[in-house]
Design a binder for this molecule. Structure first.
Ligand code: GAR
Length: 212
C-alpha cells in the first residue's frame, strides 16, 4: 500500500510534532510519512525539529498576502502540490479557512489542551487555556484530539484524556503534565487516522478494530 502523506501545521515549539516524528521513526505509526511541516510563524523551534528530522519545512505567514483569501488559496495550493492526504494541527494557533476544511473533510485533526467543550474556542490556545483552567478552579482538565470543522474546536471528538489539576499548580506545571498526555494522544490519533480506523457518524467517532 502506498504511504500516506501528512502535513503537520505548527506555530511554536513543536513538541507534538516531535512526538509524531518519534512515533513514525519507532514504527508505532506505520504507512505514512510527514511530507511537509508548515508554520504560520518564522523562526519557531518546530521548524528546527523538522530540519533535524530531514523533513521539508516552510513558513507561510498571513502577512505575506493581500488578504486572508489569498493566504488560504496559497496554503491549499501548497497542500495539493505536496499530495497531502492528511493534515495534523500540532499547536497551530490559527483557524483553517472553510475551503481547506472542505477540501480535507475528516482528514484534518487538531490537538487541544483541555477537555472540549470546556476551555476551548476563539481565544483559548496554548498557555491561555491552562490559565483559564486555574482561574476557574476546575479539578479536571486534559487533552482532546478532534476532527477540524469550520469553527474553532467544534469538530467531532476522536480521543480525550483527563489530567487532574493539583493543589499549587501553575500554568507551567499544569501545561507540562497536559503535554505529556498530548504526546501520547496525538500519535495514537494519527495512527488510527492513517490506518483508516476512524468512522464518523454525526458527532460520534467510532474506532474500528485493526484488520488482521
Ligand atoms: C499544545 O499544548 C497544543 O495542545 C496547543 O498548543 C501547544 C503547542 O505545543 N494547541 C492549542 O492550544 C490549539 N488551540 P507544541 O508546539 O510544543 O506542540
Amino acid at each position: 500500500m502506498q504511504q500516506k502523506r501528512i502535513a503537520v501545521m505548527v506555530s511554536g515549539g513543536g513538541s507534538n510534532l516531535q512526538a509524531i516524528i518519534d512515533a513514525i521513526d519507532s514504527g508505532y505509526i506505520k504507512g505514512c510519512r510527514i511530507a511537509i511541516v508548515i508554520s504560520n510563524k518564522a523562526g519557531v523551534f518546530a521548524l528546527e525539529r523538522a530540519r533535524g528530522a530531514g523533513i521539508p519545512g516552510c513558513v507561510i505567514t498571513p502577512a505575506e498576502f493581500k488578504d486572508k483569501h489569498e493566504y488560504n488559496r496559497h496554503l491549499l495550493k501548497v497542500l495539493k502540490e505536496n499530495d497531502i492526504d492528511y493534515i495534523v494541527l500540532a499547536g497551530y494557533l490559527s483557524i483553517l479557512a472553510p475551503e481547506i476544511v472542505d477540501a480535507y473533510r475528516y482528514k484534518i485533526i487538531n490537538i487541544h489542551p483541555s477537555l472540549i467543550p470546556s476551555f476551548c474556542g476563539m481565544g483559548f490556545y496554548g498557555s491561555r487555556v491552562h490559565k483559564a483552567v486555574l482561574d476557574y478552579g476546575v479539578k479536571l482538565t486534559g487533552a482532546t484530539v478532534h476532527f477540524v470543522d469550520e469553527q474553532a474546536d467544534t469538530g467531532p471528538i476522536i480521543l480525550q484524556q483527563a489530567v487532574e489539576v493539583q493543589e499549587g499548580d501553575t500554568v507551567d506545571t499544569l501545561s507540562k503534565r497536559v503535554l505529556e498526555v498530548e504526546h501520547k494522544l496525538l500519535p495514537l490519533a494519527v495512527k488510527l487516522l492513517v490506518e483508516g480506523r476512524l468512522k464518523v457518524d454525526g458527532r460520534w467517532v467510532s474506532i474500528t478494530k485493526k484488520e488482521e
